[in-house]
Design a protein around this ligand. Structure first.
Ligand code: BTN
Length: 320
């Protein structure tokens, strides 16, 4: 199906005859593949008599050749899957079967994309970025301190360089534009943090999604919605790899404390009145910043306290 999609990704009309000739198959074989595109990948195809077929919207498919250049500059080999349950789950399976990190898995679509706190991550075909990087953790727990926040900084930098200049961070590692989520990060560990351990850095970015194709339970936006034009996902992966390689290198050498000020400058909720939800016990306080491990510092009833997990929400009476 991918060769057919490559021909159709420009969003223009192509006759069944031309598509068949380009792929060396019959017009009825093309027709069957088009049906599969619609039923299995959820990609609407328009048919107009005398003009042929076109995708409802233009796509920029991930391109092995373009991304190979990026892989060689970061030193992280990369594979692209058309469809997978979750790129994080795929990386964890590969680690169990002995694949040696670092490596990246990207997919055009996820059928069970994982979000934080057991949420689903809506992952329509060909529109967004579903990216997982496997790394070996050599420095024990210290190497994990603040890691997810540093990944957020690298992602934020890549988004700003792509033109989404008003993007900012929400602890621990959401990326928001005007209160709407544009990207999220899910770190998963495999092995024993005190011994041999691997970390999977899962990144989801709303790149070209304009219409909601699943149930997203919070306000969201995409790079395309912000920039008003289709974004080349291959170029974005290139920049994301570059920024991750720079920021992770800095974090490995100097630890999170070297990046803490930069993180706080990009934190959209510094000084805001928030509720932190952890299990059943909400905590209300004012955001002071993060500590050297990446835990959030809140002033709670006049006393500073740090929390390393939970979900922040703005308090309704926050007028800061
Ligand atoms: C969040 O809830 O904010 C985290 C979302 C992380 C989604 C990405 S998409 C690529 C990787 N694979 C997954 O199943 N999840 C992460």
């Amino acid at each position: 199906m991918l060769p057919l999609l490559r021909l159709l990704q420009d969003g223009r009309f192509h006759s069944g005859e031309a598509l068949g000739a380009a792929l060396g198959v019959s017009r009825s074989a093309i027709w069957k593949q088009l049906k599969t595109l619609e039923s299995e990948l959820g990609l609407p195809v328009h048919r107009v008599r005398g003009r042929g077929y076109r995708l409802e919207s233009q796509l920029v498919l991930l391109d092995e050749d373009a991304l190979a250049v990026s892989a060689s500059s970061s030193g992280w080999p990369l594979s692209i899957l058309p469809i997978v349950d979750s790129t994080n789950a795929e990386v964890l399976r590969r680690l169990v079967s002995g694949e040696v990190p670092p490596f990246i898995v990207l997919a055009e679509c996820q059928t069970s994309g994982r979000g934080r706190r057991g949420r689903n991550w809506v992952s329509p075909f060909g529109e967004n970025l579903y990216y997982s990087l496997a790394l070996q953790v050599d420095g024990g727990m210290r190497q994990l301190e603040g890691l997810s926040l540093v990944v957020g900084l690298a992602l934020l930098r890549a988004l700003r360089l792509a033109g989404v200049v008003t993007a900012g961070l929400k602890w621990p590692n959401d990326v928001l534009v005007d209160g709407r989520k544009i990207a999220g990060i899910l770190l998963e560990l495999s092995g024993d943090p005190a011994d041999v351990c691997h970390v999977v850095i899962g990144i989801g970015v709303n790149v070209n999604m304009l219409a909601e194709t699943g149930d997203i339970d919070q306000p969201w936006t995409s790079m395309r919605a912000e920039l008003g034009c289709l974004v080349d996902r291959n170029e974005f992966v290139f920049e994301l790899n570059r920024q991750l390689s720079l920021y992770l290198g800095e974090h490995e050498k100097r630890g999170f404390s070297a990046l803490r000020d930069e993180w706080q400058e990009s934190h959209l909720w510094q000084g805001r009145h928030v509720t932190l939800t952890m299990g059943a016990r909400p905590v209300e306080g004012v955001v002071l910043g993060v500590d050297r491990t990446g835990a959030i510092r809140l002033r709670v009833a006049g006393v500073e306290q740090s929390f390393s997990g939970g979900e922040l929400s703005l308090r309704l009476n926050d007028d800061s």
